[in-house]
Design a protein around this ligand. Structure first.
Ligand SMILES: [Zn+2]
Length: 448
């Protein structure tokens, strides 16, 4: 039964793959990420600036634009900054700004004051980009306000601060991130192409997307190969590890188990480690496991850096496999089995999604692929659509589907049979001793 089930999955996923791969151009895989800390600037009295787009939309734009470069920007949870009014300081950036309802930073150098003055809620991680949201940005030239100009966003090239105003357009923050990653308006082979992300005044005018689906290598906010090469230089980005979760059968998997191998691909340039893997099962699925066992590695050893918990949420069983921090990184691998503790029948269901929680605060989520396994989307097709990178714990279940809302893909229709027990013809005593399975007593039935 198991083999049949998997072959049907293969067909379903092959179709999904064909649909989703067709429009994909650009960088082959997402293998770098960076974090962005949104900071909403408020008056000391409490009035706060209003972002022109909600943070979910902002995240989608970041994701869509920067997937072209293989980079996943991750918005952290927003903070608010009650901003006292600084006075009497000027500098080169020539941009004043107002914050909240009544707080005006009178200096023409508000941008520098905001991003470079200590204590303004900057992330303690120097590689995190601080994204300030203010009400208005006011261009100055030589200290004189330019009432006929609008500034929607501002940033330093190669600096870790961005300020956007409440009149920012859909791609303003993504454009400013381009500056942060080293790009200017008309360099790196961009000759003010209106479809290029980095085109801006005074050299040219960029066509602003009005919806996210206009963004991409054949649409708006394009990045050319030279720009991508520059932006990928490791300034603020972290090289992401590739982790796969792959079905495992045969030795050392007991035949009543559903087993998996989890491997962190060897890549010496990746220092990222994995904190945990979260398997989520279909809500109400009676095939959800409640047993977990680590399997011996090739040397016969059982890993000692792994713990697990079973919890339930919204009718779904959730298996969390946790690693001692810093101990599961590039080149590491574990095998484990899931099973039913009360009755020994055929292996439990496969999960409907797998979440990989990385140490630096990145999470990625994959739909389960019963043929090749789920992986973090870094180089394999089994990630459905654009990989979803987000802050762990910020992806609530959709109330309708019961699945995490950051994960939009449909699960292939379930073909699990309620009669897929392997051992009903055997006397109960034979099936109740787990060790017998490993010795092959019932293993011969584990076939279509
Ligand atoms: Zn610009």
């Amino acid at each position: 039964m198991r083999a049949k089930r998997r072959s049907l999955y293969l067909v379903a996923w092959a179709v999904a793959l064909a649909l989703m791969m067709a429009p994909e151009v650009g960088h082959a895989q997402i293998d770098e990420a960076l974090t962005i800390q949104p900071i909403v600037v408020c008056d000391p009295s409490g009035g706060c600036a209003t972002p022109s787009f909600d943070f979910g939309t902002m995240q989608q734009v970041f994701t869509s634009v920067w997937a072209q470069a293989g980079i996943a920007p991750v918005l952290l949870s927003p903070e608010t900054l009650p901003m006292p009014i600084p006075t009497g300081q000027t500098g080169a950036m020539q941009v004043g700004l107002t914050t909240g309802a009544d707080n005006i930073i009178p200096s023409p150098d508000g941008f520098r004051l905001l991003t470079r003055t200590a204590g303004n809620d900057q992330s303690t991680n120097p590689n995190t980009i601080n994204l300030y949201i203010v009400n208005t940005l006011s261009p100055f030239v030589n200290g004189v306000p330019q009432s006929n100009q609008i500034a929607r966003g501002i940033s330093f090239i190669n600096g870790n601060g961005i300020v956007i105003g409440s009149d920012a357009v859909l791609d303003t923050a993504a454009h400013e991130l381009g500056h942060v990653l080293g790009l200017d308006h008309a360099n790196f082979n961009n000759n003010s192409d209106p479809n290029n992300l980095m085109t801006g005044s005074p050299q040219g005018t960029r066509t602003i997307p009005t919806s996210i689906n206009q963004i991409g290598p054949n649409g708006l906010d394009q990045l050319n190969a030279t720009q991508i090469d520059r932006a990928r230089q490791p300034l603020f980005t972290v090289g992401l590890g590739r982790v796969t979760s792959t079905p495992l059968s045969g030795e050392p998997c007991p035949s009543v188990d559903t087993c998996f191998n989890v491997s962190f691909a060897a890549n010496p340039s990746v220092s990222e480690t994995l904190n945990s893997i979260v398997f989520k099962y279909q809500a109400g699925d009676e095939g959800s496991p409640d047993g977990f066992e680590l399997l011996p590695d090739e040397m016969g050893n059982i890993p000692n850096n792994v713990t697990h918990t079973f919890t339930s949420a919204g009718g779904s069983t959730i298996l969390t496999v946790s690693f001692t921090p810093g101990t599961f990184g590039q080149g590491d691998s574990i095998d484990f089995g899931t099973f039913f503790t009360d009755i020994l029948v055929d292996g439990p269901s496969d999960p409907i999604s797998v979440i990989f929680n990385f140490a630096h605060g990145f999470a990625s989520q994959a739909g389960f692929d019963a043929v090749t396994g789920a992986d973090s989307g870094l180089g394999s097709f089994s990630f459905v659509g654009t990989p979803n990178y987000y802050v762990p714990g910020t992806c609530p279940n959709d109330p309708t589907t019961g699945k995490p809302s950051c994960f939009s893909a449909r699960r292939p229709p379930s073909v699990r049979s309620s009669t897929s027990t392997q051992c009903r013809s055997h006397p109960p005593w034979l099936c109740s001793a787990r060790g017998l399975w490993a010795s092959g007593s019932c293993g011969g039935e584990d076939s279509p």
